[in-house]
Design a binder for this molecule. Sequence first.
Ligand code: UDP
Length: 195
Amino acid sequence: MKKVNVLGVEFDNLTLLEFKKVFLQRIKDQKSTLIVTANPEIVMQANNDAAFMNLIKNDADFITADGIGIVLAGKIQHTPVKERVTGYDMFVWFLKIANEQKKRVYLIGAKAEIASLVDAKLRKEYPDLQIAKVEDGYFKEDLETVAKRIKAAKPDMVFAALGCPRQEQLLAILKKQGVPAIMMGVGGSFDVFSG
Ligand code: UDP
């Protein structure tokens, strides 16, 4: 089964390894790629917010089962997903690939002190990575303005840690404009990564 529907959200039924293969090809082809790592909160949010459900349906290129709750729901309804694929695992993997391939990354989200810790860690541990910018997620501008700034920086990968649904809303603006980058909302990943 290629897709598994849990409460209206269509999950791509791939293992982490299978996702990685697909994403490597898309990086090579410079395809605009919006990845939503959907945990139970995101699924609930989508069910309570039609605009967010539409965003997931229309703008996301890939939806991964980020959480054991989704894996369990798949099992219970006899349409199992192969495995849990978390945003954090993919975030760290994308950083490794970006470092190997000297790609340009834009990170936005978390508190200012966390963002600067993330910036320092990237410079130390991923020396070949090109950092377009690492900025915190407590900006005053609207999402359109922020999207403009990100697009102008010409990133190959964009990671947004603003919480759901704002991170997905920001990335969907870039996706709609066809920005040729890997784009993924990563929730609390910068907080984890910084520690
Ligand atoms: N965050 C942000 N700006 C905001 C609100 C939250 O950058 O206006 C950051 C927050 O600091 C944290 C991340 O978003 O690093 C994820 O927040 P949360 O854990 O609330 O979201 P979830 O992962 O549950 O979607």
